[in-house]
Design a protein around this ligand. Structure first.
Ligand SMILES: [Zn+2]
Length: 233
């Protein structure tokens, strides 16, 4: 996102990206769609490594639109509303575990080409907004540690499944510097197979750090697993 786009984002009257009502990029009626109960999510790899987390929403059409507008149309003003719901989910989850102390948020890094195209990392932006919201609204201090890096360009994850996806990511993420906090929560916009989050957690745990879980805006499964989930219900 360049300076002009950022400026226009701030000064132009917003139009709700979901219902096109004038006033703000996400009107209060559409915001309330995402006020449902916290969705508990878990993802694991074939080694039995399990990571638990929280999602605000299933990957509905509305959720997909928000994510798309944030990432592909530089609608960064949406990040505050999305992060508010993510912060609420995280705070509710952490309260159950009674552990606000020593927590930090670690965003999933962007691909270099995506960062160059967008000019920002959506996960880092969401993590910063979550931290701001928790500090201002709930007096909870949680640092953001932008400490991970993608070592090389990985192929588009959406086009891959299972083993290919994991192999694509193996060793792709590394630690730039260790975070100062002990309890790490990963932040991303969407979780599908969880391969990226699991690889980030593997990278951090290899350095002796503990990843407690993750928080995302939306969760979904690849189509072949969605059918399996539906059949199991
Ligand atoms: Zn609306």
């Amino acid at each position: 996102m360049n300076v002009i786009e950022e400026f226009l984002n701030l000064v132009l009257p917003g139009i709700c990206v979901l219902c096109q009502r004038k006033g703000s990029p996400l009107c209060s009626a559409c915001k309330s769609v995402f006020s449902g109960p916290v969705i508990e999510v878990q993802r694991s790899n074939t080694d039995g490594f399990l990571l638990k987390g929280f999602a605000v929403s299933h990957y509905s059409k509305s959720a997909a639109t928000l994510v798309h507008e944030l990432k592909e149309n530089s609608q960064t003003s949406l990040a505050s509303a999305m992060a508010k719901h993510m912060a609420t989910s995280l705070a509710a989850g952490l309260k159950e575990n009674n552990s606000f102390r020593s927590v930090c948020l670690v965003p999933i890094p962007s691909k270099k080409t995506s960062f160059q195209k967008r000019g920002f990392n959506p996960s880092l932006l969401l993590a910063k907004k979550i931290s701001n919201y928790l500090r201002k609204q709930k007096s909870i201090k949680i640092q953001v540690e932008n400490c991970l890096r993608l070592n090389r360009e990985v192929l588009d994850q959406a086009s891959q499944v299972g083993l290919a996806r994991r192999q694509n990511l193996a060793g792709a993420i590394s630690l730039v510097r260790p975070p100062s906090s002990k309890e790490i929560w990963l932040v991303d916009d969407v979780v599908t197979t969880g391969s990226t989050l699991l690889e980030a957690a593997r990278c951090l745990s290899e350095s002796g750090l503990r990843v407690s879980g993750f928080v995302v805006f939306a969760e979904t499964l690849p189509k072949h697993l969605q059918k399996a989930r539906a059949a199991a219900i």
